[in-house]
Design a protein around this ligand. Sequence first.
Ligand code: ADP
Ligand code: MG
Length: 322
Amino acid sequence: EKTISKIAAGEIIENPAAIVKELIENSIDAQATSITVEIKGTATEGISVRDNGTGIESEDIDKAFLRHATSKMAQFDDLNYLKSLGFRGEALASIASIATVELLTKTKDSVTGSRTLVQHGDIVAQNKIGVPVGTTFYITDIFEHTPVRKKFLKAESVELHRIVDMVKKIALGTPHCAFKLIKNSRILFQSSTSTSLKDHVYSILGNMVAQMNYIEKDFDHYSVKAFFSDNTLYRSQRTEQYLFINGRYIWNVELARLIEKAYRSSIPLDRYPCFVIYLTIDPKLIDINIHPQKNEVKFSNGPMLMQSIRDLAEVSLATTKT
Ligand code: ADP
Ligand code: MG
């Protein structure tokens, strides 16, 4: 059984950044407005994620570490995919099978909090403890007992970069939550909750936002808020193209290509425009093919939707061309 769960875990938890992603997404699903990620030592030695979300009820803690146990309603369907970030109930079980996990949590209605220690997937200690409302996970010994997985890790600097990138991307898509990433007391990334989306994007992407135009439009069943680069801002790769659907980062190459066509005569042929698109849509209204791990989707009935986003890119570009 242990071997099976270790193999399965490898499919999701490939590196420390994947741990950070899963824990942050859980915090967001728990309505956190503040999330702090801390790396102590190297990225495989110790990672903690602290949030001020709902916390976990004492009686639900054991279940949280069971594979396929989720509190987030649980059919593997498109609908739920776009409502909460997690839904498969696998992340905690996977993390616990490849690392040591310590969980501190308290809900607002409980008098004390609790501490749970999980080793090799089993709960080995549990006690009451005074902690603030919210949840903190301490993850240590990452891949310590799965040396084969550990061998696949890249250099420490690469793994660290993956984490920074991940936190930045999630922060960009989650303006209602403040993020902090700390490594050995040094702040590597920070974002705060901003009143305007523009401030938020600026605080994360910095000066390049000055070369982007903001445009928003409400359609019948969805709304789009987007930043498109003008004809002076482009990249040699698709590195600054962000699409968030209901807050979830999505990669969709079809949409990227469609938008790029709008730029064809405005920027050099071998360059790519930059964009940040926030799409809000009733999950019932689009069909999506899910690749759970890749965050890749295909809109099967979304040509109109994609065309409307491309049109916005065109309008945005037209307003700045001289
Ligand atoms: P999923 O997110 O798919 O439900 P996970 O394995 O990631 O599955 O988490 C299992 C369960 O643990 C969640 O459904 C949730 O109830 C609980 N949980 C995990 N992290 C947190 C958190 N930071 N705050 C509150 N509850 C959490
Ligand atoms: Mg989850």
